[in-house]
Design a protein around this ligand. Structure first.
Ligand code: ADP
Ligand code: 5GP
Length: 191
């Protein structure tokens, strides 16, 4: 499996979407979330959207491989059934998850899991990208910015630090390292 993690706005979704188009071997792990759907998002492709009650019921029934309350009252989690569905189809799972959930999956799966931390060029650029994306209201933007500094501190727990400054260079490097992992099963490191 391959996981991408980073603070909100660093570019995980952009990179993961590009890799899914490039490599047929990969399949996206669709997470469950209680946050509301953004206009361009599709149920079952981007997330499984559900109520807090439904999420908590699945959590009680131990349906999640990992879950996090990423923002207050906004839960996100990887369903065990999702990992099984993709593995049974003989594909490699690719995740886009927050730093804490990512650390948990890396601890669970060790060398079977290539973990990549996407680094923004600076804190100011990260904030600007999130604002330009135009998906968050003021309150949500503030929540995300408050969390970013803490999230940056998780970088040392992951195998590879991928700088996302110029997008085309970043996508090229992402292709190289993911291609190498798919081909050899060995984890590239940048540290
Ligand atoms: P994440 O999934 O980590 O929250 P996104 O992939 O949604 O981040 O990217 C956040 C915003 O920044 C999006 O609007 C995206 O188009 C833009 N973006 C991503 N990478 C770059 C880059 N290298 N240069 C400029 N804008 C970028
Ligand atoms: P967003 O609301 O921007 O889609 O995602 C917010 C954060 O939640 C991002 O850091 C994203 O990677 C993370 N996230 C998405 N799915 C999961 C998941 O299944 N588990 C965890 N722990 N985090 C997730």
């Amino acid at each position: 499996m391959i996981l991408f993690t980073a603070p909100s706005g660093a570019g995980k979704t952009t990179i993961v979407r590009h890799l899914l188009k490039t490599f047929d071997e990969l399949a996206f792990s669709v997470s469950a979330t209680t946050r509301s759907r953004r206009p361009k998002e599709i149920e079952g492709r981007d997330y499984y959207f559900m109520s807090v009650d439904e999420f908590k019921s699945r959590r009680r029934r131990r349906k999640f491989a990992e879950w996090m309350e990423v923002y207050e009252d906004q839960y996100y989690g990887t369903l065990k059934s999702e990992i099984k569905r993709i593995s049974d189809a003989g594909q490699i799972v690719i995740f886009d998850i927050d730093v804490k959930g990512a650390r948990k999956l890396k601890q669970l799966y060790g060398d079977n899991c290539f973990s990549i931390f996407v680094k923004p060029p600076s804190f100011e650029i990260l904030v600007q990208r999130l604002k330009d994306r135009n998906t968050e209201d003021d309150a949500s933007l503030k929540k995300r910015i408050r969390r970013m500094k803490r999230e940056m501190k998780y970088a040392p727990y992951f195998d590879y630090h991928l700088l996302n400054d110029k997008l085309d260079e970043c996508l090229h490097q992402a292709e190289e390292i993911v291609g190498s992992f798919i081909k050899t099963g060995n984890i590239p490191t940048s540290l």
